[in-house]
Design a protein around this ligand. Structure first.
Ligand code: HEC
Ligand code: HEC
Ligand code: HEC
Ligand code: HEC
Length: 430
């Protein structure tokens, strides 16, 4: 049924623009990691040169990818403590935990070899394999587009990938790591698409795919800066979406605090940090502010793409923050208006927009910081990930040498000093 719908949709030529259904939605059965792990499929001990893909994806996922441990995490001490405080029984059976720490599709969508204990397995990202399992290795006889039409999730497309990763690394209207969960001991979540895609490459880990000539023949390859820009806008959009349609209005005295800047409330009272900033409008001191890290990055991006739009963006962001002193309806109205500006920016951004303009983008990010915008930790954290990505893209050795010190300034989030971070960014700009 769902396969038919997708094929019809492609026949009408709307697939290129329509966004794919997330792997945990829809009707396709998930066949289980063991289905992918045969040695002649994706379970080879070492990478193979004879085929387009590495074929040792299963081994890499098991050894290097934290997603393979996501279910085991739920059986650990930290999860036990969280579950006890929330009084939800065992975290290994609680739906709210499994929805992000495993491929928790409904029982009728689990194939014979499916095991919940596989954690975030292949099909949690690549989509239920029911309708493409038997054909997807027939390339080139069966091409990538046909696999996608049969339910393979387009992980290679930055916007689709962002939506996928953010569904767990930020949450959705259906699954969200609320402030209640955080206060029971869950780590604070933060995400940036390019950095997190690259994290598979750090600390002795390796990614389970190679972006080489063969890959480029089958799929588009994108610059890091483009992946970053798409990811930032996707997060900004998703956060505003959660304010409009998600967990935000919990009906309780406080809105969902998980969508706010955590450090607005959780930091030392010994120093008074607040200063009037254009993007805060007339909101004034003493308000908790929504987490707008991705929105501040979008604003810096807008400065590069269309300065007029950037000014409009900043105005509407100020309206959103100022609405925080009124009521939920005002916040939602302002969020909807800001979403329109984001759409306008989205329409102007294509894969070529940033080509060879990384140095300018870096300048805009540094200028945004020089104006004091990284006063809060979440903006600084996003700025650091963006600056790091750009410095590597540009390949500037003296700047690279300063990145460690810049990162060190963010190690302790509760003692973050905006003044120090600003000074370090100014050095980078010299
Ligand atoms: C089904 C939910 C889910 C999806 C989809 C998902 N993740 Fe994760 N991710 C997790 C969970 C849960 C963890 C923590 C695993 C653990 O330690 O138990 C995690 C951990 C990570 C880590 C390790 C973070 C660290 O601090 O070392 C990276 C990197 C990561 N994910 C990147 C991604 C990227 C990139 C995508 C999209 C391509 C993605 N994730 C999609 C749930 C998900
Ligand atoms: C919206 C998705 C989401 C929900 C809901 C969620 N988690 Fe997580 N959890 C994550 C992600 C993503 C990470 C990895 C964060 C990172 O490193 O960036 C994580 C990390 C963790 C960690 C730390 C793992 C480590 O290696 O340090 C624990 C423990 C944990 N989660 C337990 C739970 C428990 C217990 C529940 C249920 C009460 C739960 N989580 C619900 C997404 C979620
Ligand atoms: C957290 C999400 C995630 C999980 C889990 C995951 N993948 Fe991937 N996979 C990706 C991303 C992102 C890419 C790179 C983008 C692309 O080309 O689709 C990728 C790429 C691949 C490729 C290379 C595609 C090519 O065209 O060269 C293969 C093959 C693959 N994955 C198989 C697997 C298998 C098998 C598993 C389980 C053992 C798995 N993946 C688990 C996200 C994931
Ligand atoms: C509007 C203010 C506010 C915001 C924003 C906020 N919190 Fe809280 N948080 C509180 C209050 C109030 C408590 C209860 C304090 C207590 O129990 O002493 C709390 C408790 C906690 C606790 C448990 C502390 C303890 O000692 O029991 C943690 C952890 C926590 N929050 C994390 C977060 C994270 C992560 C975020 C951001 C996603 C966040 N908070 C956003 C106000 C806030």
């Amino acid at each position: 049924m769902s396969k038919m719908n997708r094929l019809t949709c492609c026949a009408l030529l709307v697939c290129a623009t329509a966004s794919a259904e997330l792997p945990d939605r829809g009707a396709d059965r998930h066949m289980g990691v063991a289905t992918c792990a045969a040695s002649q499929c994706h379970g080879s001990a070492a990478p193979r040169e004879s085929s387009g893909v590495m074929q040792n994806e299963y081994v890499t996922w098991t050894r290097d990818d934290p997603h393979s441990k996501a279910y085991a995490t739920l059986a650990g001490d930290a999860s036990r403590a969280i579950a006890a405080r929330l009084e939800i029984g065992s975290a290994t059976t609680a739906k709210i935990c499994l929805d992000c720490h495993a491929d928790n599709v409904s029982a009728d969508r689990r194939g014979e070899k499916f095991q919940l204990s596989d954690g975030v397995g292949c099909e949690a990202c690549h989509g239920g394999a029911e309708n493409w399992l038997s054909t997807h290795y027939n390339t080139p006889a069966v091409d990538h587009a046909a696999n996608l039409a049969a339910g393979l999730y387009p992980t290679e497309k930055p916007a689709e990938r962002a939506k996928l990763c953010l569904s767990c690394h930020l949450g959705t209207a259906d699954k969200f790591a609320t402030h209640r969960i955080m206060a029971a001991g869950h780590p604070r979540l933060s995400f940036e698409l390019d950095t997190f895609t690259e994290l598979w490459r750090t600390a002795g880990r390796q990614p389970h795919y190679r972006v080489d000539a063969d890959y480029a023949a089958r799929k588009d390859r994108h610059s890091h800066s483009y992946v970053w820009a798409v990811g930032i806008m996707a997060e900004a959009r998703a956060r505003l979406g959660l304010v409009l349609h998600g967990a935000f209005d919990s009906g309780a005295m406080f809105p969902e605090l998980g969508l706010y800047d955590c450090h607005a409330c959780h930091r030392s009272m010994k120093s008074v940090r607040w200063r009037a900033l254009p993007r805060h409008g007339n909101a004034g001191p003493g308000l908790p502010y929504l987490n707008d890290g991705a929105l501040v990055m979008s604003m810096a991006l807008a400065r590069l793409v269309d300065p007029k739009l950037a000014a409009n963006f900043q105005e509407r962001l100020a309206e959103l923050h100022a609405a925080g002193s009124r009521d939920v309806d005002s916040i939602r109205t302002a969020a909807a208006r800001l979403l329109e500006s984001l759409d306008a920016l989205d329409r102007q951004l294509g894969p070529a927009t940033l080509a060879r303009r990384e140095p300018q983008l870096l300048r805009e990010l540094l200028a945004t910081g020089a104006e004091g915008n990284y006063i809060d930790y979440v903006s600084a954290e996003q700025a650091f990930m963006a600056v790091q990505m750009l410095v590597f893209e540009i390949g500037d050795a003296p700047m690279k040498a300063q990145l460690d010190t810049l990162g060190d300034a963010l190690t302790d989030d509760e003692r973050y000093s905006p003044a120090r971070f600003k000074a370090l960014l100014a050095q980078l700009a010299e």
